[in-house]
Design a protein around this ligand. Structure first.
Ligand code: F6R
Length: 242
């Protein structure tokens, strides 16, 4: 779906989340998969507006984060726990204890990764998974070369991603080198994937993901194997499509 501007992209993604939340067809409440980065923030603001002005309630919802920095204290303002707390949970009525994410401070990272995949499965899987896309084609933090069937695990960020994310930190050196991320196999188990991209910096990655070969060189291309995906982008991010 190609929309004129960011506001229209955010509104459409919010429509998909709202439909899921109102549908009430997941026993135990709707399960949302939340991305961070800058792209989905407008979706969270729009959901906050719908909560305040239209009574959209997340009281029964549960949420799972896509990824987390390793080695950054959870209390750091740029930990993805903090970002989701401030940019989403603070705007709606979701129970903060119903939000789970990989623990970037865990001493036993493989055990924490396995716990996280289990927690998602025990919640009955994710109904709607919001995704951004990296300029190098990553989803979650599955950088190029990631196995298409990977599970939650630790990954090393590419220099390109660390440069892209430096804007969130005081200096480029402060960007962590490591992350824990849902794997491409984990992400693929969500029932509906909603991939968002804005701006011409994403045009090449979007073209590779949507029209290129399915390949670990562009991890986002794995969405082509999923039965239910909505790619919502602005005109600039669509510039590379045939
Ligand atoms: C964030 C995430 C990343 C971002 C991607 C795009 O949780 O998993 O894949 O979605 O790096 O980031 P922005 O939206 O900041 O361009």
């Amino acid at each position: 779906v190609i929309r004129d501007d960011a506001a229209a992209v955010h509104a459409l993604a919010a429509d998909i989340v709202e439909r899921c939340v109102r549908a009430g067809d997941h026993p135990g409440g709707p399960v949302l998969g939340l991305a961070t980065g800058s792209t989905p923030l407008g979706v969270y603001r729009e959901l906050g507006r719908r909560h305040r002005e239209e009574g959209l309630s997340f009281a029964r919802a549960r949420a799972f984060l896509l990824d987390e920095y390793v080695g950054l204290p959870t209390a750091h303002p740029q930990s993805y726990r903090s970002v989701i707390r401030d940019e989403f949970a603070a705007l709606v009525d979701i129970d903060p204890t119903a939000i789970d994410g990989p623990d970037g401070e865990a001493e036993d990272v493989p055990a924490e990764s396995a716990r996280y995949d289990r927690a998602i499965a025990e919640a009955g899987g994710i109904d709607v998974q919001l995704l951004g896309i990296g300029t190098d084609g990553h989803i979650g933090f599955n950088e190029p070369g990631s196995s298409l069937v990977s599970r939650t695990r630790v990954k090393t960020l590419t220099e390109q991603t660390r440069r892209d994310n430096a804007r969130f930190f005081d200096s480029a050196e402060d960007v962590p080198h490591h992350v824990m991320t849902q794997g491409l196999g984990t992400i693929g188990e969500a029932r509906h994937l909603v991939l968002l991209a804005l701006g011409d910096g994403k045009a090449d990655a979007v073209a590779a993901a949507v029209e290129g070969p399915v390949s670990a060189f562009c991890p986002a291309s794995v969405i082509q194997l999923h039965p239910r995906v909505t790619v919502v982008i602005d005109e600039a991010a669509a510039a590379g499509l045939q």
